[in-house]
Each structure stands twice: as C-alpha cells, then as structure tokens.
Ligand binder design. Structure first.
Ligand code: FMN
Length: 320
C-alpha cells in the first residue's frame, strides 16, 4: 500500500488527484480509465433520491462500480433531507460505498428549480439537517460538494463549509464558482484557500484545472488536500499521472481508446459505441483531423469500423 496523501475520516486516500463526478460522463468505464492513470478515488454521477424512491430504472447503472474503484463515494442529490435519507437507506446496504457525498453544487435548472443541488446553499439549515440525519444513520464518512454560493450577492461558502464540518461532515469539495456562473468565467481558487484555512477536515479544490501547472497552482494557492479534475479529464485522463496531453505518446492514446471502447461495449452493450463518441472526439482533438474524415467516425455505430480507423490512424507514419 502506498502512503496515504490524506484521510477522509478513516478512509485512506492514496493520491491527491481525483476525478470529479460528472453526470453522463463519469460512468464505470471512464472511472476505470481514470483510476488506472492515478485518480485516487471514485465518485458516482449524482444519484437522484427521487429516482431511487420511485425505483426509476435509470439510476441502477449509475451505481455500478468495480472493487478496484474503491474508495468509492456515492453521491446523492435531493431537496428534502428526509427523502435523501430514505434513498440512502436503500442504497447504502445494497451498494456498500465507502463514502456518502451530498450534491450541493449542481447548477442545472431542473435540479435547482426544486431546491436541490446548488439551491441547497440557499437553505443552509437543510444542509445541517441532511448531515445530521446521514451521520446518525450511517457509520460512513459523509462529505459535501459545494460551490461558492448561489450568486455574487450570496457567497456563503464559509458558512456552508462550517455547517458541513460542525454537523459531522468528513470532507468538503469546492468548485470555485457560483451557481449563477454555471461554467462561465474563470473558477476562483482563493475562496477555496479560505475554506481550507478555516476547517480541520480535508478540503478538495476544483474548477478549471486543465494542466499539470494548474494542479500545482491550485494546490499552492489553496493549500487543498487534493484536487478534483472534471472536464479536462475527458481527452486527458493522463492528467491524473501529472502528464499534459502533449506529453502523452500517441501509442498510449491508441491503446486507451481501444480499451475504453471495449469496456463501454461490455458495460452498455451495442449503445456503448454511441456513448464512446464524446470521449473519442476529445482523445482525437489534438490531432486536427479533417472534418470529412472525422464525421463518418463520429456517426459510426460499428465498433469494428472505429477500431480499424484508430489502428490505421495511430500506425500511420505522420502520427508516430
Ligand atoms: C457534464 C457535467 C456533469 C456534471 N455532473 C456533476 C455531478 O453529477 N455531480 C457533481 O457534484 N458535480 C457535477 N459536475 C461538476 C463537476 O464535478 C465539477 O465541479 C465542474 O465540472 C468543475 O470542474 P472542472 O473545471 O474540472 O470541470 C458536472 C460537470 C459537468 C461539466
């Protein structure tokens, strides 16, 4: 076992780079790839408490993970503390996660309109209730993933982070934007440093980390225990090995594309090809492939066609 970088309660985390949860992106096969290259733990895409209580089939696949993905955190999204607890009571015994994470940052309108995700930051008393309920029912570390606040007039990240700690939370991950910003502008890292200075539990910094230099910069500015990387991991999961994309040999990109395609077909069946497209596009984006060449690839439903293209492309003299 490697020396842990830090602990989330009693759970050792071996590394300081972690794949951020992303709805529709960080499924089991992609998490597997990121773990292989060094992401130190795994988080599910958000699991909507309502889906669980209504037993909507869509959430089942989002819960799947392999033992090698532990420490595994299960992220719950909801607007009502009691309902979130009910959902967690069904999920925890069935899935046996290492950590329960509360989504306090989702910005999408249909989530926040009903008071869930980042909208919970407007009702800190609900956040306290969620952590108290979860803490009293489960013998698991409970963490929270927050933004800086709802908008510029309500930057209550310090209050929310303190509430999480005071109510038994074991870790806070902070995306350095408000809900109103969604993904616009530049993430601010200084407030993450303010949170780190004020809390004793681990703080994970997040937002716009795209390069190895960004990793070192956010760590230096915030003093955070670890860094979460979201969008930049799509196309560069090697960032978890502290490699910028231009430093990744094409042969490794080739091998990874084939592995992910194959893992996605295993996981999703035939529709895995379609799901794979967005990753493929990102893997190939540095090579400026002409549009007319890329288009048939991006429309293809035939894994063999994609494999043959990749083999020819990565074995061509121009790429090596
Ligand atoms: C497509 C997409 C889906 C996301 N889904 C989730 C989610 O399910 N749970 C969550 O806590 N954050 C979610 N996020 C936010 C990311 O975890 C992360 O905080 C954000 O992308 C900023 O980090 P980045 O700049 O490294 O991408 C999502 C972000 C994106 C782009």
């Amino acid at each position: 076992m490697n020396e842990p970088s830090f602990f989330i309660d009693h759970i050792p985390i071996e590394g300081d780079l972690i794949l951020a949860p992303m709805d529709g992106v960080t499924d089991l096969p992609f998490r597997e790839i990121c773990r292989q290259f060094g992401s130190a733990m795994s988080v599910t895409e958000f699991i909507n408490a309502l889906d669980v209580l209504e037993d909507h089939p869509r959430y089942h696949q989002r819960l799947a993970f392999t033992p090698s993905q532990r420490p595994m955190s299960l992220q719950i999204l909801g607007n009502k503390p009691e309902r979130m607890l009910e959902a967690a009571k069904r999920l925890v015994p069935a899935v046996n996660p290492d950590i329960l994470d509360i989504n306090l940052g989702c910005q999408s309108k249909n989530v926040t309109a009903r008071g869930a995700g980042a909208a919970l930051m407007k009702t800190p008393e609900k956040i306290a209730a969620i952590f108290q309920l979860m803490k009293s029912h489960f013998n698991l570390p409970i963490s929270g993933k927050i933004r800086l606040g709802w908008d510029e007039d309500s930057l209550n990240y310090q209050e929310v982070a303190r509430i999480i700690e005071e109510n038994g939370g074991a870790m806070v991950a902070v995306h350095g934007r408000t809900r109103k910003q969604a993904y616009r502008g530049q993430a601010r890292w200084e407030p993450i440093g303010e949170i780190k200075a004020a809390l004793s539990i681990p703080v994970i910094g997040n937002g716009d980390v795209r390069t190895v230099a960004d990793i070192e910069a956010i760590k230096k500015i915030t003093g955070c225990d670890a860094v979460m990387i979201g969008r930049a991991a799509v196309g560069n999961p090697w960032l978890f090995s502290r490699l910028d994309r231009e430093d990744v040999p094409p042969s490794v990109v080739h091998e990874t594309c084939l592995k992910q395609l194959s893992d996605m077909l295993d996981f999703y069946g035939d529709r895995g090809v379609i799901t794979f497209r967005k990753y493929l596009k990102a893997y190939l984006s540095p090579y400026s492939i002409p549009r007319e060449e890329l288009l048939p690839l991006m429309k293809s439903k035939d894994p063999q066609f994609i494999r043959q293209y990749l083999d020819a492309f990565f074995n061509s003299d121009s790429i090596r």
